[in-house]
Design a protein around this ligand. Sequence first.
Ligand SMILES: C[S@@+](CC[C@H](N)C(=O)[O-])C[C@H]1O[C@@H](n2cnc3c(N)ncnc32)[C@H](O)[C@@H]1O
Ligand code: SF4
Length: 334
Amino acid sequence: MKNIYFLFKLNRYIHSTRLKNLGVYLLHLLGKRYYGIFIDPVLSCNLRCRMCYFSDPEKRKNMKGSFKEEDLYKLADAFFHRALKLQIGCGAEPSIFPYNNTLIALGKAKRIPYISMTTNANLFSGKDWLELVEAGLDEVTISLHGLHKKSYEYFMEGASYEKFHEAMTALTSVKQKYPGFKIRINYTVNSDNLLELHDFFDVFGSYTFDILQIRPIQQIGKTNYNNFSWDRIYDCYDEIIKKIKINCKERGITCLVPSKYDIVKEENKDSGITESTYFYISPRYIWESDFDLNSDSYESYSKRTHRGKKLLKNVFHRKKSFDRDKKNLNYEVI
Ligand SMILES: C[S@@+](CC[C@H](N)C(=O)[O-])C[C@H]1O[C@@H](n2cnc3c(N)ncnc32)[C@H](O)[C@@H]1O
Ligand code: SF4
C-alpha cells in the first residue's frame, strides 16, 4: 500500500477543502484507509526541555498515564485497519514506554503503510533501535535543541549529549543494515540556538540521516524558555540557512526549513481536513471524548454517531472552524 505517497501528494496538490472533504467522505464510505493515528502511549517524559511544557512543574504533575500492553491490541482492532500512518510520540516521550515493539508490530500486522516515531533518543540503546526497525518502524525523528554539549544540555534539561551521539552512531549502523529506514533530525530553533547551525555538519556530518528539519519554536504552553522574538537574528537568518541547504544538497539530505518570512508568522498549517483525519490517542484521551475502548471500534462508533453524515456535511460547509491550536501534525498540545 505504498500509494500512501500518492495520497499525500494528492492532498498537497488539491487546494479545494471541499474536494478534500469529499475524498475523506468517500474513503470512509468505501471502507478505505484515510486517517493518521497520533499516539502518546505514555504521557510523561524523562526530560524537561526548556522550550517544552514539560519544563512547567504544574504541567508535569498532570502529565501521567500509560497504556497497558493489552490496550494496544484493543487499539489495533479498533483503529488500525483504516490508518494510513501511525505516529508514535506526539506530545510526550515514547522511549519510556516498554511495549513500543508490540505497538509497531501490531501496526505492521494491520498493514499500516507508514509507522514513525518522534523521540529525544536518550533512552534507546543500539539493540533497542535495531528491534524497533525490525518490528517495522519506517522512520524516526530525533529531536535536537542545541548543537554543542553546553547548549544541548541547557535547552534539553536532563539530557546527555554523549547519549545523543551514541544514538546517532547506533542509527547510522542500523541504516547500513536497513537502508530504507528513514532518519530525521528535528532541530527546534529559537533566536538563541540559530547561530549554532553554522557548525551543523562539522558536528553531525559523519552520521547518516535522510532529513534535516529546522523547526521554529512555537508557543506551546507555559515554558521555561520564553524568547519568541526573531528580531535579533532576522538579518542573518538567510545566510545561515543557505549554508545548511547547500550542505544538505551536496549530501543528498532533504532539508525542510521555513523561509525567513514564515518563521515570524509561523503557525499550524492546516490542510483543511485535519479535524477529520487526525486521530489523537493517549491513555487519557482516545480520539473522541465519548469513545469507549472496551466496547467501541471505529466502525461501531461511526455508525452510532452518524459519522458518514458528519463527513458529508463537511463537504458543503463554507468555512471550517476547526481547533487549529489543539492539533498539529507532529505533536499535540494537551
Ligand atoms: C513535544 S516533543 C514530543 C516527542 C519527543 N519527546 C521529542 O522530544 O522528540 C515533539 C517535538 O516538539 C518539539 N518541540 C518542543 N518544544 C517546542 C516548541 N516550543 N516549539 C516547537 N517545537 C517544540 C520537540 O523538539 C520535538 O521534536
Ligand atoms: S520536547 Fe520532548 S523530550 Fe523535550 S521535554 Fe518535551 S516531550 Fe520531553
